[in-house]
Design a protein. Structure first.
Length: 152
């Protein structure tokens, strides 16, 4: 299992940055290899992704979510991974977004991508593209501000 950690500072207030991150169906607009995300319920998503030319589908569960603080998840099937995105207010108009992901690569393509650092580069690139996306928008395209408490 590999752990990837990356951060980006976004020149937008924390509320719209967090709100945009909760709009999972927009992820293909800034995440490389994410072909489609469907929000099935407030805590369930379905993903279609491509890694190294290999297509995968999986479901994920939001395990914890607190407005302007964090969104945590784990995969339910398919490629095994879990992670947390945290949001830190740096100033009135600046927010740090940090991703920490634990990934257990599945199959040859994912293992090569992991060992060569491509998965880490992809996460860093996704955060940079998210920064460009939200800074260009200047506001969130939607929001979900509910709380999901971590299961005991």
């Amino acid at each position: 299992m590999s752990t990837i950690t990356a951060s980006v500072d976004v020149n937008v207030p924390i509320a719209p940055v967090y709100d945009q991150w909760t709009q999972f169906e927009t992820f293909p607009q800034f995440m490389e290899g994410v072909d489609r995300v469907q929000q099935l319920t407030p805590t369930k998503t379905h993903w279609d992704v491509s890694v190294g030319g290999v297509r995968r589908e999986f479901d994920a569960t939001i395990t914890e979510q607190h407005p302007e603080e964090r969104v945590a998840w784990r995969s339910d099937n398919g490629p095994q991974h879990a992670g947390v995105i945290t949001f830190h207010r740096l100033g009135d108009d600046q927010t740090r977004v940090t991703a920490q992901m634990d990934i257990d690569p599945e199959g040859f393509a994912e293992n090569v991508a992991d060992k060569s650092g491509l998965l880490s580069q992809r996460v860093e690139g996704d955060l940079k593209r998210f920064k460009e996306f939200i800074e260009h928008q200047g506001h969130a395209t939607g929001a979900w501000r509910g709380d999901v408490n971590r299961p005991e």
